[in-house]
Write a protein that binds this ligand. Structure first.
Ligand SMILES: C[S@@+](CC[C@H](N)C(=O)[O-])C[C@H]1O[C@@H](n2cnc3c(N)ncnc32)[C@H](O)[C@@H]1O
Length: 259
């Protein structure tokens, strides 16, 4: 029997959890030096935002990190202790391979070089020091489940919370998305900041030839949710035609600081 839900023309989120292969995913999507429009927008907007704030965060967390070190690489110079958190143990194990410089670790160097170049830096000069900064900044690899009332088991808040393409993929209807996004925002400590990247208006997205459901979030409803919690945020929308055949053509970037 097909596991595809005909209503959305996609597998269930559970299928993602059951069948995801981190090493294959990284080989397919994170092996090149070339950076697409979405990641260029994230790297440049984050670089500008972090530079303007000129702040070193005492602690930070990347929620729903997957096996992906690209975004933590961007934030690492500004975070003393950076926890990386995901629901799937296999994703965290994959990151552990890189941390321990295991022979089976993914080779992040081409992509890290591309990020540095996007940020106007010379990869030959900066790759080693930025990679060391990332290794040093990564503190704990943590299991997280945003469906739990206390997603990290022990309630905890962070100075900086980052998250990319997570809540709209995990909470696929409006009420779940709102609940999970609220839990994510609640991880930000008073006076702390957040930086999120989301697919805009995407009902299903494709990974390694399989379609998975998503909640088609629009910037207005994210702005509304933040306003309900009295948080001032800046939202921008960026075009990414490289993903139009994977279910979305724009991303939303949201960043702000809690009072
Ligand atoms: C589309 S992936 C995004 C991964 C990564 N941030 C990136 O940009 O490539 C969504 C992530 O959410 C994680 N996830 C799944 N269920 C979750 C849950 N209940 N709580 C938190 N994260 C979850 C998945 O394991 C996956 O790594």
């Amino acid at each position: 029997m097909s596991k595809i839900n005909p209503d959305v023309g996609a597998y269930s989120s559970q299928e993602y959890v059951d069948s995801f292969d981190p090493a294959l995913y990284l080989r397919e999507y994170y092996s090149m030096e070339e950076i697409g429009n979405a990641d260029t927008a994230i790297a440049t907007e984050a670089g500008r935002w972090l530079g303007q704030m000129g702040r070193e965060f005492t602690n930070g967390i990347d929620v729903g990190c997957g096996p992906v070190l690209e975004y933590p690489f961007v934030f690492a110079p500004y975070v003393k202790k950076y926890d990386l958190a995901d629901y799937l143990p296999a994703n965290l194990q994959n990151i552990e391979l890189w941390l321990s410089e295991h022979v089976d670790a993914h080779d992040w160097n081409p992509l890290f070089r591309g990020i540095l170049r996007t940020q106007g830096l010379d990869p030959d000069e900066c790759l080693i020091s930025r990679s060391e900064k990332l290794r040093k900044a990564i503190n704990q690899l943590r299991r997280i489940d945003l469906f739990e009332e206390h997603p990290l088991v022990q309630p905890q808040q962070y100075d900086l919370v980052t998250s990319f393409f997570c809540t709209e993929c995990v909470g696929c209807n409006k009420s779940d998305w709102k609940k999970l996004k609220t839990r994510l925002i609640d991880l930000v400590a008073p006076g702390g900041s957040f930086f999120f990247g989301l697919m805009r208006g995407c009902t299903r997205y494709q990974i390694l030839g399989k379609w998975f459901p998503a909640y088609p979030v629009q910037p207005e409803e994210l702005q509304e949710l933040l306003a309900e919690r009295e948080i001032d945020a800046e939202l921008t929308v960026h075009s990414c035609p490289e993903f139009s055949e994977s279910g979305f053509g724009e991303i939303i970037i949201a960043r702000g600081t809690k009072a």
